[in-house]
Design a protein around this ligand. Structure first.
Ligand SMILES: Cc1ncc(COP(=O)(O)O)c(C=O)c1O
Length: 453
């Protein structure tokens, strides 16, 4: 019987995070103050983040040591399994080998704790009393709720209202860890109150929830800081444990991937699995294709513009250079809540712009079709976000089959979908529709971009 699971021991847990900025050859783009549009100072950022995270945000060091306290907690679920999906391969009749890294094995069901734990840790040692954050689908909020609970800090979560209503169990999961959860827009912030005065039925967006969480931290006089689950350099950095482990596990499998795939919302799980492989491309002559997959409904990499834009809707978060659909973007109600952000991590945007990473967009129905096939062959129900990577992996395997090639495919299964049954129910009852975000809407939103000289 041949092996299909490639497990590492806890001693193999990475000791360092990998920083692609050291090897990409891409100069970092400035981070601008949302009011003045001048480069921000560490002082501005320190209202929101502890200094250790700010230093990681601007670091060009190749490797950054993972604190022992963080590794101790990572050990609860890391190293995560790397599995060859032989039953899926058989069902597809493909000549390709399909591997997946299973980040849904974390206690809360996704990759997000890889950064929640260090964010809570660095805040704790800096004396922060409470964190604020936003959450869409609830994966990030749950992860930070677990992390704050471990480090004995309070947490306020601003949860996009449509998800708050659709996903009561995610909210209860966060509350079980001791977090306070509010449906955003709320009446707790100036921004939330102004939106509710205009439209009491506002169903919220990730951009709005970020604005509220940032406002609460900024107005707290230094007692509360803010945690972001994606987009920023330090978040992408923390996720590189995924790729570092995968490199060792592919070695155990005796293969090397021709293609590495991940879904992208803000870019963190994709960068986490892909950037260690990009290092091998850049420094050790490997030629792995790296593919970021997004929904056609929120196509920031494939239809957005690479330019400076606000990170949030209320223009309180810094202005960064990224692929964006415009900060005024109101997302369609697709079921991959974690992929509904208007922008993309500046670091990943730079890699796509430089041609080091490919980006594709897939439709909602074909994504759920792939998720169902994966569930019925491998037994794991993917998170709707992760299902975008499953779709792309299946398409690669079918393409290899058509060409009679043996292709080695690795994708990141960033989370399980146990809290996403409403979405699956809709799909099963034929209630999900495809949606392509119109290019005209992107062009229109570009009129509201900040005027950066
Ligand atoms: C399971 C899962 N995968 C992927 C994402 C997208 O985020 P990112 O691109 O930062 O990995 C999310 C976001 O909530 C998620 O919950």
């Amino acid at each position: 019987m041949s092996e299909t699971r490639f497990n590492l021991s806890q001693n193999d847990l990475p000791k360092f995070w990998y920083n692609i900025a050291a090897d990409s050859g891409i100069a970092p783009t400035p981070v601008l103050h949302p009011g003045t549009l001048e480069p921000v100072t560490p002082d501005f950022l320190s209202v929101l983040f502890p200094m250790d995270l700010i230093m990681q945000e601007v670091s060009s060091e190749r490797y950054i040591e993972i604190p022992e306290e963080v590794r101790e907690i990572y050990k609860l679920w890391r190293p995560t399994p790397l599995i060859r999906a032989v039953r899926l391969e058989k069902a597809l009749g493909t000549t390709a080998h399909i591997y997946f890294k299973y980040e849904g094995a974390s206690p809360v069901g996704s990759h997000k704790p890889n950064t929640a734990i260090p964010q809570a840790f660095y805040n704790k040692i800096a004396g922060t009393k409470a964190l604020t954050t936003e959450t869409g689908a609830g994966q990030w909020g749950t992860s930070l709720a677990m992390a704050c609970n471990f480090f004995d800090m309070a947490l306020e979560v601003y949860m996009v209202k449509v998800s708050f209503d659709q996903k009561p169990y995610r909210r209860i999961f966060m509350e079980t860890f001791g977090a306070q959860v509010f449906a955003s827009p709320t009446d707790r912030t100036n921004y939330g109150r102004s939106l509710l005065a205009e439209n009491p039925e506002n169903t919220g967006s990730l951009g709005i929830a970020i604005s509220e969480a940032v406002e609460v931290a900024a107005m707290s006089g230094g007692t509360k800081k803010y945690g972001l689950g994606s987009v920023l350099n330090h978040v992408l950095l923390h996720q590189t444990v995924i790729g570092e482990e995968s490199l060792k596990q592919m070695d155990l499998a005796g293969e090397y991937p021709d293609v590495v795939i991940g879904c992208v919302g803000g870019g963190s799980n994709f960068a986490g699995i892909a950037t260690p492989f990009l290092r091998e491309n850049l420094k050790n002559g490997q030629r792995t294709r790296l593919v970021a997959v997004e929904p056609t409904a929120t196509p920031s990499l494939t239809k957005g513009v690479y330019t400076f834009d606000y990170g949030d809707t209320a223009k309180m978060a810094p202005v960064v250079k990224m692929h964006t659909l415009g900060h005024t973007f109101m997302p369609p109600g697709i079921h991959a809540g974690g992929l509904r952000y208007h922008g993309m991590a500046p670091m990943l945007s730079g890699l796509v712009n430089a041609g080091l990473v490919d980006a594709i967009a897939v439709k909602q129905r074909e994504t759920f079709e792939a998720a169902l096939m994966f569930t019925r062959t491998e037994g794991i129900v993917p998170a709707p976000e992760s299902a975008h990577a499953v779709r792309a992996a299946i398409d690669e395997a079918l393409d290899a089959k058509a060409k009679g090639e043996k292709r080695v495919i690795l994708f990141n299964l960033s989370g399980h979908g146990h809290f996403d049954m409403v979405s699956y129910e809709k799909y099963l009852n034929d209630g999900l529709e495809d949606y392509e975000y119109p290019a005209e809407a992107v062009a229109e939103a570009m009129k509201d971009l900040p005027q950066v000289g």
